[in-house]
Each structure stands twice: as structure tokens, then as C-alpha cells.
Design a protein. Structure first.
Length: 269
């Protein structure tokens, strides 16, 4: 009976983990400043030129180029201009808020006229495609020098084109690399997790398959089921967030190290 309660608690914890993966991460309430800037995606555009820095021709051209970037790479680049950032927010904070509020699958480039600043905020899964260092270099060498001379349109167009080019180059490079079926691995681990809990709950494992005392045998199987469930969760997060292989490998190694520690503890207990 006690073992069945443990199995039940394990399944409940596993179900909670699954539900948590579908909850929005980092959701925050929008400030009045962010809400005052309309989402350009609602009108099939990528540009919210509140400060009117772009001519109609330049905005149309840039929108076409950003549409092409999105159709080729799957990542978008929203461009926002404001006269001045709010008193309670830095331009970087405002760019981050708009990225979350608009749910842009990519990045937001914000240009603040009176602050003479340009900030780029990107989704976490874009970091492997457009690193913070590469984005900062584009802003520092291309966008900011033009802004300091009052050439707003030139700086925005040149910066967006360089950023789009970096995104496209890295997407093409990643697509040439072999991809592991993270989702399939996750489903396999999930099945093993449920099977382990079933064996623990029904005590159907023959002694010859795991020649250990009964308590240790089922304790190991219980830990194995938890580890498989955690591995499945990791694989599904990797699929949804498009994590790189290196990040997944490091996370899997940490998970395995934790499992070995738990196994050692169970053997000594």
C-alpha cells in the first residue's frame, strides 16, 4: 500500500511537470508605455515607427525584406522607434517588454531618439542563431554611428539588414547539421517512466532480472522512473524551445549525475 502511494505521488508530480511546460514562461503585466505602442503584427507589419524616422518607401522596403526573412528562417525582427523611453524604463527594458507582450518569434530592435540608443532583445531560443555579442557588434558599428549623426533611416536599414543576414546565415548553417529527434526520445523516456512506476506498483519484476533485496530493487526502479520522466521533460523542452545540441547534452549529463547520486544513496540506505 505504501508503495502504491509512492507510485501515485510520482505520477501526480509527473503530470504537474507536463502541465507546467505549457504555461507561458516569464509572463509579465504590460506597462502603460508598452501598451501605448501598437503591435505591428496585427496589421501584418514588422515596423512600429512611433518617432516617424522612416520614409514610406523605406518602411515598405524594410517590411518586404523582413517578411522574406521570416518566410525563409522562421524568425522575425520587429523594429520600433520612440522619441523617448518612459521615465521608469530604460530602452532595453522597453524592448524586452515589447518582445514579451507582442510574442515575437525572434527579436525586437528598439531605437530611442532622445536617448540616442538602440537596443536589441531576442527570445532565448534565438541566442544560438544570433548571439548577444554579434548583435551588440552590429549596433555598435552600424546603427549607433548613424544615429549619432542624425541619419536615423540609414542606421535602421543598415542595422536590420545586417541582423537579418546574421540570422539567415546561422539558420542555414544549423539546418545542415544533423538533428536528433528530441521529441521521439522524450516519448520513449516517458513510456519507460510509466513502465517503471507500473512495475513498482504491481511488484511484477522477477528477482533474476535485478538480483537485489526487494526494497532496494523497487527503490532503484522508482528512481529510474523519475529519471526517465525528467529526461522526457528535458527532450520536450528542447523541442519546444529549439535548444541547441550542446545545451541538451550538458543538461542530460547533469541529469545523469543526479541519478547516479540518487542510486548511490539508495544503495546505502
Amino acid at each position: 500500500m505504501r508503495r502504491l502511494r509512492q507510485v501515485g505521488l510520482g505520477l501526480v508530480a509527473w503530470a504537474i511537470c507536463i502541465l507546467l511546460t505549457w504555461l507561458p514562461v516569464g509572463a509579465q503585466s504590460a506597462s502603460q508605455a508598452g501598451a501605448a505602442i501598437p503591435n505591428p503584427r496585427l496589421r501584418q507589419s514588422w515596423i512600429a515607427d512611433q518617432a516617424q524616422l522612416l520614409s514610406p518607401e523605406a518602411e515598405k522596403t524594410l517590411n518586404t525584406e523582413l517578411d522574406e526573412l521570416y518566410s525563409r528562417s522562421g524568425f522575425g525582427l520587429a523594429v520600433v522607434s520612440v522619441l523617448k523611453s518612459p521615465a521608469d524604463q530604460t530602452p532595453r527594458e522597453l524592448a524586452g517588454e515589447l518582445l514579451r507582450q507582442w510574442d515575437i518569434r525572434g527579436a525586437v530592435l528598439l531605437v530611442a531618439v532622445n536617448d540616442r540608443r538602440a537596443e536589441l532583445r531576442s527570445q532565448p531560443y534565438l541566442k544560438s542563431t544570433l548571439s548577444d555579442e554579434a548583435a551588440a557588434l552590429v549596433l555598435r558599428q552600424t546603427v549607433l554611428p548613424s544615429l549619432s549623426r542624425g541619419r536615423w533611416e540609414v542606421g535602421i536599414l543598415a542595422g536590420c539588414r545586417q541582423l537579418a543576414n546574421l540570422i539567415q546565415i546561422n539558420v542555414d548553417r544549423v539546418e545542415r547539421l544533423p538533428r536528433l529527434p528530441f521529441s521521439s526520445i522524450g516519448w520513449g523516456a516517458w513510456v519507460l517512466s510509466l513502465l517503471s512506476f507500473f512495475v513498482v506498483g504491481t511488484e511484477t519484476l522477477p528477482d533474476r532480472l535485478l538480483p537485489l533485496p526487494s526494497l532496494q530493487r523497487f527503490k532503484l526502479l522508482y528512481l529510474f522512473g523519475i529519471a526517465c520522466g525528467a529526461m522526457a521533460l528535458l527532450m520536450w523542452v528542447a523541442t519546444i524551445a529549439q535548444l541547441s545540441l550542446s545545451v541538451v547534452v550538458v543538461a542530460a549529463l547533469l541529469l545523469m549525475a543526479t541519478l547516479f547520486l540518487l542510486v548511490g544513496w539508495s544503495r546505502m540506505a
